[in-house]
Design a protein around this ligand. Structure first.
Ligand code: GLA
Length: 390
């Protein structure tokens, strides 16, 4: 937890009107253990919230303005609830504006607010700092305005904010787990029904370790949207072949895929193969974790990475290097890229007693080859968004 008292002090110095309703809220980032690029194909994912978060302090105003200070980046912006459109200049503010716009579109009437926030989630690292900003904004605005927005609905509103204001056609996973994450559990989410199961994930022998390649690439959004298009083409192909509507790649079995793969354009066939097999791996991973079989789960992570690298083509040299370096270490059961790809982080499963040596070796070897010192995060599954005492 970042220092809430310090934050409270800054807030009180900035906003001196004490008669207005105020509150403090947090939302975490996430790491996806397995199930990559499956959410927008109405498939399965297995993410967990991490011990990195955004804390937001807010206070209602008596008008329709929202004034925001980002303490980490020393940035500020102001917008009216009556005039919401994506900003080209303050792109970070689009996450907040998008969220309030979506809340208002559902018919709720909001009051303006004074807001400050601080984050310790690294940006553009594939750990969902943007989903956390959306969720914490939604929670702040909902609670201050006394609106009861049910958690899955909140996740969905935030996803729509990202689709409409940021222009990324993302799925629901990141916002979902930032809202509904639970300490010591991973979430098995069915992205068709939007139901989830909590899978206990706390074994004193094993540890999740995240390695940040520090690579940030701008092509991520355009490539992401392109993958969605390719998946759509694949479902259209199967609709045509089966003679009935195929809603999403979730509906195509491995056998059906094998039967028709030759008829698909080569790239589309690889994209579809990744999604169909990845859905299967998520379900197998859920079973393995429930049975305490971390060896099988680790193997599935390794297969997932190969598939993302070769079939889905969303990895990059640096992520592949981090995975290769990890798999050479003693005590590592699994390693794969996590999130949308093209840079960002890998997620690793290893024996707890090997964590220190793993960290040292990865830092040394990755730096020797690339010249970059990777950041390494050790985390247990954390709680989702919360109301804090302030
Ligand atoms: C990003 C998106 C998610 C998901 C992942 C890939 O994080 O926001 O919805 O599609 O990429 O699994």
């Amino acid at each position: 937890m970042q220092d809430l008292n310090k934050l409270g002090k800054i807030f009180n110095e900035k906003f001196t009107n004490t008669s207005l309703v105020k509150g403090a809220f947090s939302a975490p980032g996430r790491v996806n253990l397995i199930g990559e690029h499956t959410d927008y194909n109405e498939g399965f994912v297995l993410p967990m919230a991490i011990e990195r978060e955004i804390i937001m302090l807010g206070q209602l105003r008596n008008d329709r303005l929202v004034q925001v200070f980002d303490l980490a980046y020393k940035a500020e912006t102001k917008f009216s609830l009556d005039n919401l459109f994506p900003s080209k200049k303050d792109t970070w503010a689009n996450y907040l504006m998008g969220v309030v716009d979506e809340i208002q579109k559902t018919g709720y009437i909001l009051q303006g607010a004074n807001i400050i926030f601080i984050s310790n989630i690294p940006q553009k690292a594939g750990l969902s700092s943007s989903a956390a900003l959306e969720i914490v904004t939604a929670l702040t605005m909902a609670e201050l305005n006394l609106l009861k927005i049910e958690p899955v609905k909140m996740a969905r509103l935030c996803q729509q904010a990202e689709n409409n204001f940021v222009g990324v056609a993302c799925g629901i996973m990141d916002q979902y787990v930032s809202r509904l994450g639970r300490k010591d559990n991973v979430l098995f989410i069915d992205c068709r029904t939007n139901n989830y199961e909590l899978i206990p994930f706390r074994d004193s022998n094993y540890q999740i370790v995240i390695c940040d390649s520090k690579i940030r690439r701008d092509l991520i959004n355009s490539e992401y949207n392109k993958r969605r298009e390719e998946c759509k083409k694949a479902t259209e192909f199967f609709t045509h072949r089966f003679g009935h509507k195929v809603q999403a790649l979730r509906d195509v079995t491995i056998e059906e895929f094998k039967q028709y793969q030759e008829q698909l354009p080569e790239t589309i066939a690889r994209r579809a193969r990744h999604v169909i097999l990845e859905n299967d791996r998520v379900q197998a991973s859920k079973k393995a974790i429930e049975a305490g079989d971390y060896i099988t789960f680790g193997q599935l992570m390794i297969e997932s990475h190969q598939s993302l690298k070769v079939d889905y083509e969303v990895s990059c040299e640096e992520l592949d290097l981090l995975v290769d370096l990890a798999l050479k270490q003693e005590g590592v059961l699994g390693a794969r890229m996590t999130g949308a790809g093209f840079g960002g982080c890998t997620v690793n499963l290893l024996k707890r007693e090997k964590v220190n040596i793993f960290k040292k070796t990865i830092q040394k070897e990755y730096k020797r080859i690339t010249g970059i010192i990777p950041d390494i995060y050790i985390t247990i599954p954390a709680d989702g968004a919360k109301v804090l005492k302030f």
